[in-house]
Design a protein around this ligand. Structure first.
Ligand code: ARG
Length: 463
């Protein structure tokens, strides 16, 4: 067993230091150093409050403030020596503060615990990430709106079961993703508003006997209010779970769009051309231009949802209040946040740069009997047939076109009349894809006019 001196921060009752393996499993400094700025901001707010409430002297508070700024600059400049023996960012910062300012450093931890400290630091960190996600989502939505505006009237096939269904517009398809990412945006905002309560001052679990002012520290750190129950405040990780579940749903959306881009950029589809900036080549096949960014975005949901599952399982069954299990929260959230932001930025870049191939889209829009529903609707509207009969007649005409290896508009009037005698020349008007999309004027429908109205609505919403 290692025979080190006991921990300088909590080792009063210990005769010996921890085993090397104990130190390895216990330490979080390897990852929680990412919360250094939040830790120091929290300590500054706490020290200022302790002075304002007369718990510590103004001189000590000033020394602590100056010392924390020195520590922060050491961390920012990379000269700070992180120590595994000091476990985590909280004790690393405090121990260094002691070296820098001496005795007053020991007064900083009055009326708080690492339990409320870590909850506060982590909330501040996650809150910044919610803000980053909000910005990333807005940027992506704006990129989609530009695509939608440019291509509000460009026709393309709409699919169900990935089989040609009815013609839609490029703008309409882009706007479908605007709706999805718009819901992600509203989830981000909801969760951020809900999480914005300060744990600081909950202390270890029960609150403190010192006359602290939790409203003051909450306000100084940009929280809306202090968390109302000290047991809950130190044991709550809902904000991290909501972050991960919001990220997971968004990652699912990103993966769906990424999948479409992979399909659309293939030689078989040619619906879009991705820019060189967001494609890669093959080291063996010179002709290849691969949609790697889209594939990687498609894959990110794996690790992001994995993090969500992992933290759900960490939290499951934990009794009140703090348990060390909860130290396992950070790496999951850090990794998910990094990859979520990266995926959002990559998707925004791809969408901004990509070119819709209007000719390929239009050619595909007209194939696959995509206006069969328009034909059936015409039989209902003009000839007054029940929809079920119209459906059947149209089906026969599709079969006829298939056997002649042509599309519906290529059938002659005589062909049409051989199936139903009352069909007139007028029917050919609805078989064109432009007519088809223009006719779908119902609210939320694919008509260019409707698409433009939705683009305007979103622009107004975001501005
Ligand atoms: N590193 C710890 C964590 O991330 C900080 C809190 C430790 N609290 C304690 N009572 N040991 O959860």
């Amino acid at each position: 067993m290692t025979d080190k001196t006991s921990n300088q921060m909590w080792g009063g009752r210990f005769a010996a230091g921890p085993d090397a393996i104990m130190e390895a499993i216990n330490a979080s400094i390897g990852f929680d150093k990412r919360m250094a700025a939040q830790d120091i901001a929290g300590s500054r707010a706490h020290a200022a409050m302790l002075a304002a409430t007369g718990v510590i002297s103004d001189n000590d508070a000033e020394a602590i403030r100056e010392g924390l700024l020195t520590v922060l600059s050491e961390i920012d400049s990379g000269t700070f020596q992180f120590s595994t023996a000091l476990e985590d960012i909280h004790m690393n910062v405090e121990a260094r503060l002691k070296e820098v300012i001496g005795e007053p450093a020991g007064r900083l931890h009055t009326g708080r615990s690492r339990n409320d400290q870590v909850a506060t630091d982590f909330k501040l960190w996650v809150r910044d990430q919610f803000d980053a996600a909000e910005a990333g989502l807005i940027a992506l939505i704006n990129a989609l709106l530009s695509q939608a505006e440019a291509g509000a009237a460009w026709v393309m096939p709409g699919f169900t079961h990935l089989q040609t269904a009815q013609p839609v517009t490029w703008g309409h398809h882009m706007m479908a993703y605007v709706e999805m990412f718009g819901r992600d945006l509203s989830r981000v905002r909801d969760a951020r508003a809900r999480m914005n309560e300060a744990p600081l001052g909950a202390a270890a679990l029960a609150g403190t006997s010192f006359p602290i002012d939790r409203h003051m520290t909450a306000e100084a750190l940009g929280f809306d209010r202090p968390a109302a129950n000290s047991l809950d405040a130190v044991s709550d990780r809902d904000f991290a779970l909501e972050f991960l579940s919001t990220a997971s749903i968004c990652a699912v959306h990103l993966s769906r769009f990424a999948e479409e881009l992979v399909i659309w950029s293939s030689a078989q589809f040619r619906f879009v051309t991705l820019s060189d900036r967001f494609s890669t080549g093959s080291s063996i096949m010179p002709q290849k231009k691969n949609p790697d960014a889209a594939e990687l975005i498609r894959a990110k949901v794996g690790r992001i949802y994995g993090a969500n599952t992992a933290l759900m399982m960490v939290m499951k069954g934990l009794p009140l209040a703090y348990s060390k299990d909860m130290q396992e929260d950070k790496e999951q959230v850090f990794d998910a946040a990094d990859n979520w932001m990266l995926a959002l930025a990559a998707m925004e870049g791809m969408v901004k740069d990509m070119t819709a191939n209007r000719e390929s889209l239009a050619a595909a829009a007209g194939s696959g009997f995509s206006t069969a529903t328009d034909l059936a609707d015409w039989l209902v509207r003009v000839l007054g047939l029940p929809f079920r009969d119209a459906h059947h007649i149209t089906g026969s005409l599709v079969a006829m076109a298939e056997s002649k290896d042509c599309d519906l508009p290529d059938l002659t009037l005589a062909d049409m009349q051989s199936v139903h005698g009352d069909i007139t020349d007028d029917v050919f008007g609805v078989l064109g894809v432009d007519n088809s999309v223009n006719s779908r004027m119902s609210y939320g429908g694919t008509a260019p006019k409707q698409v433009r109205a939705q683009v305007e609505r979103w622009k107004a919403t975001l501005s």
